[in-house]
Write a protein that binds this ligand. Structure first.
Ligand SMILES: Cc1ncc(COP(=O)(O)O)c(C=O)c1O
Length: 447
């Protein structure tokens, strides 16, 4: 296509779908039949034509307070009028301290130090870098190995895909980070199918970390990173006792434990963080998504006091951690974050998620006997439904289910491989939970 004359750009460029390369989306199929969203309010999206679509996924697991909530919108507007931007290095603005204090107060134990990023991927890379630097400045610079887990998703930075365990996210991108090993995935359909909450079987898989330690020696391992509940790979709740065992092994060997709570943070599992649900305190928590209920990009790392303190040495005028982003703790994100945390507190949304969990799990399990449903897993306000693939067309059935849900039923679902994932905003009503699963049942029937 010939480029139009630049001077007349606005007038001559057709507003078509070609220029935009969509992320994690089959572009040609999308552009043939686009799913466009123009507006949102509370539990619903609206297409440009004004058709309502019930949000079964909180956007991308992020809009936990629901959409376009007035206090968040007002806070963003107000902040935009007061301060557009202040340098994040060597200067700061008051709201970033306030938000860090609020997050530290929500986090368990001595997880009290907050480093801001703009996304979950950046949060993961930041946590991995803090782990490496921490050992280095303590004189244990040989601790460079990072341990992730098969089927883990830790965003798309080179660090995140290296410790991640989803083959399509890794195989096209070269040799990745060196010195990375992986724990086995915790999912086993034979032992765990149709479990509500944490499965009984699988806690022993944490002991695989001992095997990895025996292979590489603890003196070469910096950190282990896992999602307490693996979300993007299809909702895999941790087996009972698994996270406790990981914690014990890491502590025994001086290895840092990182919980990637980008999805599980801010109420998804009925608690501020999954660490609290499971009574396990990691050395770092990564967060993003729910911190602003998806309204402004933001992520971050919460580190234990001892970790932070280890960096606070040397001459006081010298930077302690050579890392940061231009937009770390951006004023709009901080304002949105503070208003979001107020909403979570004032509407008791974490407690609400916890109270709704049994109803949500029960509604999900009503789909158990539909043809082609291989497994259903639930935890907090989250469900994963595995479908049987059509021969030679893995993923097509779930893809069609998503299209039909959006087009025919007015419901947004998320798909990964042949799994439908559901994670509605925490403001979802019992009636809407029923509506979500009735729609999903019809969609599964139709595919
Ligand atoms: C556990 C986890 N970590 C990291 C990320 C990456 O976050 P982002 O897409 O904001 O970079 C995600 C995104 O879904 C995630 O689920």
């Amino acid at each position: 296509m010939a480029k139009p004359d630049r001077r007349s750009l606005a007038a001559t460029v057709p507003n078509d779908l070609e220029a935009f390369w969509l992320p994690f989306t089959p572009n040609r199929a999308f552009k043939r039949a686009p799913r466009l969203i123009a507006r949102a309010k509370d539990m619903h999206y609206f297409t440009p034509e004004g058709r309502a679509v019930l949000d079964g996924t909180a956007g991308l697991w992020c809009c936990n307070a629901g959409h376009n909530r007035a206090p968040i919108v007002e806070a963003i507007k107000h902040q935009a009028e007061q301060l557009d931007y202040a340098p994040a290095f060597q200067f700061a603005h008051p709201q970033s301290f306030e938000l860090a204090s609020r997050i530290a107060a929500l986090a368990p134990g001595d997880l009290n130090r907050v480093f801001f990023t703009n996304s979950g991927s950046e949060a993961v890379d930041t946590a991995l870098k803090i782990a490496l630097a921490y050992h280095n400045i303590r004189g244990e610079g040989a601790r460079t190995r990072l341990i992730g887990r098969e089927r883990g998703y830790h965003g798309v930075g080179f660090g995140g895909i290296s410790v991640g365990g989803i083959v399509t996210n890794r195989r096209f991108f070269g040799s990745l980070l060196t010195g990375v090993d992986h724990l086995p995935a915790t999912y086993n359909r034979e032992h765990q199918a149709f479990t509500k909450g944490e499965p009984h079987w699988g806690g022993h898989l944490a002991d695989e970390l001992e095997r990895i330690v025996a292979l590489h020696d603890a003196s070469t391992i910096a950190a282990v990173i896992v999602e307490p509940m693996a979300g993007s790979t299809g909702v895999l709740p941790p087996p009972q006792g698994y996270l406790e065992r990981l914690r014990a092994i890491c502590s025994r060997h001086g290895i840092l434990l990182i919980f990637d709570e980008v999805i599980t943070g801010f109420g998804r599992l009925g608690y501020p963080f999954a660490a609290e649900r499971y009574g396990v305190i990691p050395d770092m928590i990564t967060f993003a998504k729910g911190i602003t209920s998806g309204s402004v990009p933001m992520g971050g790392v919460i580190a234990r006091d001892g970790l932070y303190d280890t960096f606070m040495r040397g001459p006081e005028h010298v930077v302690e951690l050579f890392h940061g982003y231009t937009y770390s703790g951006h004023p709009l994100a901080c304002a949105a974050g503070l208003a979001t945390l107020d909403l979570y507190r004032d509407e008791n949304l974490f407690e609400r998620a916890k109270a709704l969990e049994p109803r949500f799990a029960e509604a999900a399990m009503t789909l158990k006997n539909l043809p082609g449903v291989l497994d259903i897993r639930t935890v907090g306000l989250t469900a994963g439904i595995d479908l049987a693939s059509r021969p030679g067309a893995v993923g097509l059935r779930a893809y069609e289910a998503m299209e039909r849900a959006f087009g025919d039923e007015g419901l947004m679902v998320r798909i990964t491989g042949e799994t439908i994932a559901l994670s509605p905003p925490l403001i979802v009503s019992e009636a809407e939970i029923g509506e979500i699963f009735e729609k999903v049942a019809r969609v599964i029937g139709a595919t």
